[in-house]
Write a protein that binds this ligand. Structure first.
Ligand SMILES: [Zn+2]
Length: 305
């Protein structure tokens, strides 16, 4: 069996896994992403954890096919750098690939985390049969991985798929982290739903609590949630009209609400996608919820893309 190492760097934790060429998670662990220390020191901690894991599994570094790294965007995969991710402020402009190369000699690949998760869905998940699909992750923000004509679409610097910053409602109050008004993620992410629900109730609630209240028959909350789902549908129509995918796959924390979301989005798409086949685009949940980031990072090594 051949192994790749996956490293999924997030704003609060970094997951590390040893993944076989059949997609089996042989070993995994996670470390807090400590932004109080320099990213160089974090990379040293990651390397130490990797060597500990390889030792326990009796795998030599030189036996690895490579190391795949998934990280939040914006980044610059051409230069192997983290660029300006809002949730990793201490890592801005950090050359993560060359920093890892201080410890490892095997090939290292870096991609946006949503792009990597899309590749995982192609490899082992809900897109195995698709040559054209978009994977959308809706959680604190919204991101996407685009797969078209049998290839991952990464763009010139690895930032293709930053769909969270399509403007869907320029009249929306408030300003997105990017400076625009009414970005898709500003009006439809889990953070957006929690912010709107908290304003409605005058107390802090999570998106999950908002969904629970809506499901229990709270009419104003249900209206708020349906508006967010409509906004998700608007973005999905834009993606269908732009890319003509065979299917859309939705993952991330917000997708866990299940049928209310998927029914609302399918209904919106069935009315408003421009072309008749687009209106019938299957919209399905991601298959790889747990470990999607890790498997996606390892897929960068195991799969041609
Ligand atoms: Zn924005």
């Amino acid at each position: 069996m051949k192994f790749a190492l996956g490293i999924d760097i997030g704003g609060t934790k970094t997951a590390i896994g040893l993944i076989s060429d059949t997609g089996q998670v042989q070993a995994k662990l996670s470390l807090p992403t400590d932004q109080a220390v320099s990213p160089e020191v974090m990379v040293d901690r990651i390397a130490e954890a990797v060597f500990g894991m390889l030792g326990e599994q009796n795998v030599k570094e030189t036996e690895l096919l490579g190391i795949g790294v998934g990280a939040p965007g914006p980044l610059n995969t051409k230069e192997g750098k983290i660029a300006e991710p809002p949730n990793l402020p201490s890592w801005w402009d950090f050359p993560v690939v060359s920093s890892l190369e201080r410890h490892f000699t095997v090939p290292i690949k870096l991609e946006n985390d949503a792009t990597a998760a899309a590749l995982a869905e192609k490899w082992l998940g809900a897109a195995q049969d698709a040559e054209h699909f978009v994977f959308i992750t809706i959680s604190t923000g919204i991101g996407a991985g685009i797969y078209s004509h049998g290839r991952l679409i990464t763009g010139a610097t690895g930032n293709a798929g930053d769909v969270g910053h399509f403007v869907v409602d320029p009249s929306a109050e408030g300003t997105c982290v990017c400076g625009q008004q009414g970005c898709w993620e500003y009006v439809a992410s889990g953070t957006a739903i929690a912010r709107q629900a908290s304003a409605l109730l005058g107390r802090e609630v999570s998106s999950k609590q908002a969904f629970d209240l809506a499901a229990a028959g709270d009419a104003p909350m249900n209206e708020l949630v349906q508006r967010a789902f409509k906004n998700i549908g608007i973005g999905c129509v834009t993606l269908i009209n732009t890319l003509d995918p065979e299917k859309l796959i939705i993952g991330g924390g917000v997708s866990q609400v299940g049928a209310p979301l998927f029914d609302a989005v399918r209904n919106y798409v069935s009315q408003y996608a421009l072309n008749p086949s687009g209106r019938k685009t299957p919209i399905v949940p991601a298959a790889l919820q747990q470990d999607a980031g890790l498997i996606g990072a390892a897929a960068l090594i195991h799969i041609n893309y």
